[in-house]
Design a binder for this molecule. Structure first.
Ligand SMILES: [Zn+2]
Length: 144
C-alpha cells in the first residue's frame, strides 16, 4: 500500500502533510499500474457508452414518424444524458492521462499549484489528483 508506517501516535498535526516521504520505485510502479488500469477501464466505459449512444440514435432514426411530443422529449433527454455521460468519462480519463504523464516526468504526487506533496491519503482516494485540497478549492472558488 501507499501508506507507510510513519503516521505515529502523537504526530496528528503532520498527518495530512508528509513532505519527507520519498516514493520508492516499487511504489511508483504500483501507482502507474493502478492509474493505467483505471485509464483502461475508462476507455472501455467510453467505448461502451459511445456504442450505446449510437444504438439509441439508430433506434430513433427508425421510428420518429408516430412519435408524440412526450416520446420525442424523452428521447432527447436520453440522448443528452448519454452525451453527458460520455463527456464525463472523457473528462475523468484526461485526469488519469495527466496523472500518468506527471508520474512519468516525476512530478506525480506534487501539487500543480503550489508544489507541496499531495498527502498520500488523498492520492489513495483520488489517484488522479494533481493538486492539493487547498489549491483545488481555490480553483473551484474562482470558477464559481
Ligand atoms: Zn497546492
Amino acid at each position: 500500500m501507499l501508506v507507510n508506517g510513519a503516521v505515529a501516535a502523537g504526530s496528528q498535526v503532520a498527518k495530512t502533510e508528509n513532505p519527507d516521504r520519498v516514493r520508492s520505485l516499487a511504489d511508483t510502479e504500483q501507482i502507474r499500474g493502478s492509474l493505467q488500469a483505471r485509464y483502461d477501464e475508462l476507455t472501455a466505459e467510453y467505448e461502451r457508452a459511445v456504442a450505446e449512444n449510437q444504438v439509441l440514435r439508430l433506434v430513433e432514426g427508425g421510428d420518429t414518424a408516430g412519435d408524440d411530443q412526450v416520446d420525442s422529449g424523452t428521447k432527447t433527454a436520453e440522448r443528452e444524458t448519454a452525451q453527458y455521460l460520455i463527456l464525463a468519462i472523457l473528462d475523468r480519463r484526461v485526469q488519469f492521462e495527466r496523472a500518468l504523464a506527471r508520474l512519468a516526468e516525476g512530478t506525480y504526487g506534487f501539487c500543480e499549484g503550489c508544489a507541496v506533496p499531495i498527502p498520500v491519503e488523498r492520492l489513495e482516494i483520488f489517484p488522479s489528483a494533481t493538486s492539493c485540497v487547498t489549491c483545488k478549492q481555490a480553483r473551484e472558488r474562482r470558477a464559481a
